[in-house]
Write a protein that binds this ligand. Structure first.
Ligand SMILES: [Zn+2]
Length: 284
C-alpha cells in the first residue's frame, strides 16, 4: 500500500437532497423520482473520471437505481465501485432501527436489479451516523456490509462525532469505517473532504493539505454529480428557502468555479475507490 492514498467518492442524488434540512416546507417527498438531470450529470462525472484516469466509489441513492438503472450499469461498466446511499435519504437518527433496516434492504433490491450483485459499502444521508445512531453500524454488519463511510469527525449541528478517528479503522469485526477527510487546525478537525467545504475553500489550501504527507494516511473526498453543472439548482416546487442566505451558502456561492476546482483536484492527484483501498488494508 502506498504511503498516502486519496479516495474519491460520489454521492449520486439531486442537489436538493443535500439541502433538505434547509426546507421546513418539504419540497420533495422522500423516495420521490429524481430529476433526469441526475443522469446527465453522472455521465459528466464518468467522463471526468475517465479523462483524469481515476477510479471512484459511487454511493447511489436507490431511487436513482429504481428509475434510471442504465446509469448504474454505466458506472459499473466504467470500472467504478457502486455502493448504497440508502433509499429515502432520511436522517438515520430520526428513523427507528427497523425502518433503517428496511430502507437498506429496499436500496439493495433496486441496486441488485440494476446489476450490482455485491454491495460492500454504505453512506448515510447527511453523515447521520452520530452518537445517537451508532446502532446503525450493527445493522450494516448484520446485512453483510464490509464498510461504512458516514461518520464525520467534526462538530456540526446536523451531524458529526468530533472525537471520532480521522482515518479508516475497524468499528467491529468485519466492518470498517472510512471517515471523510479533515485537517487538524488549532486542536480541532476541519472538514476539507468535499461538498460545500470543497466549494467554499480556496483550492491552494486543499492541495496543500493533500500534499502534506502523513505516513499511511488515507483521505476520503466526496462530491455530487450536480456540482459539475452550475445551472442545476432549479426546483419546480416553490419553497421559501430558495433565495435565503442559508440556501445561497449551501448551494450557490462558489458553484460557478466548482467544476474547474474538481477537475484540477482530480487531475493533480491520484484517486482510487474505497473497495480497492479496503482490499489493500486487509492484506497488510
Ligand atoms: Zn446524500
Amino acid at each position: 500500500m502506498p504511503e498516502t492514498t486519496n479516495i474519491i467518492t460520489v454521492d449520486v442524488e439531486d442537489w436538493y437532497h443535500s439541502s433538505l434540512d434547509l426546507f421546513k416546507d418539504s419540497p420533495v417527498q422522500h423516495g420521490a423520482k429524481p430529476e433526469p438531470s441526475v443522469v446527465d450529470n453522472t455521465i459528466q462525472t464518468l467522463d471526468l473520471l475517465s479523462e483524469t484516469d481515476n477510479r471512484a466509489t459511487f454511493f447511489v441513492l436507490a431511487t436513482v437505481a429504481e428509475h434510471y438503472p442504465d446509469i448504474v450499469k454505466e458506472i459499473l461498466n466504467k470500472g467504478h465501485e457502486v455502493a448504497t446511499h440508502g433509499y429515502c435519504h432520511k436522517l438515520i437518527y430520526n428513523m427507528r432501527p427497523e425502518e433503517f433496516e428496511d430502507d437498506l434492504k429496499i436500496s439493495l433490491e433496486h441496486l441488485n436489479r440494476a446489476g450490482c450483485d455485491h454491495i460492500l459499502g454504505y453512506r448515510a444521508p447527511y453523515w447521520s451516523i452520530t452518537k445517537r445512531s451508532l446502532w446503525a453500524l450493527g445493522i450494516l454488519r448484520k446485512l453483510g456490509f464490509k464498510y461504512d463511510s458516514s461518520i464525520f469527525p467534526i462538530r456540526r449541528g446536523l451531524y458529526g462525532i468530533p472525537n471520532a478517528p480521522t482515518h479508516p479503522h475497524k468499528v467491529s469485526e468485519g466492518l470498517w469505517e472510512f471517515p471523510p477527510a479533515t485537517i487538524r487546525f488549532l486542536g480541532i478537525n476541519l472538514p476539507i473532504a468535499g461538498g460545500g467545504y470543497l466549494r467554499l475553500m480556496p483550492y491552494k489550501l486543499i492541495s496543500r493539505a493533500i500534499s502534506k504527507s502523513i505516513s499511511k494516511y488515507v483521505r476520503v473526498f466526496y462530491f455530487h454529480p450536480y456540482e459539475l453543472d452550475p445551472t442545476d439548482v432549479h426546483l419546480k416546487h416553490k419553497v421559501k428557502s430558495v433565495g435565503t442566505v442559508a440556501y445561497w451558502l449551501q448551494q450557490k456561492l462558489g458553484r460557478g468555479s466548482n467544476p474547474d476546482k474538481l477537475k484540477r483536484l482530480l487531475s493533480e492527484f491520484k484517486f482510487t475507490s474505497i473497495k480497492e483501498t479496503l482490499s489493500s488494508l486487509e492484506t497488510h
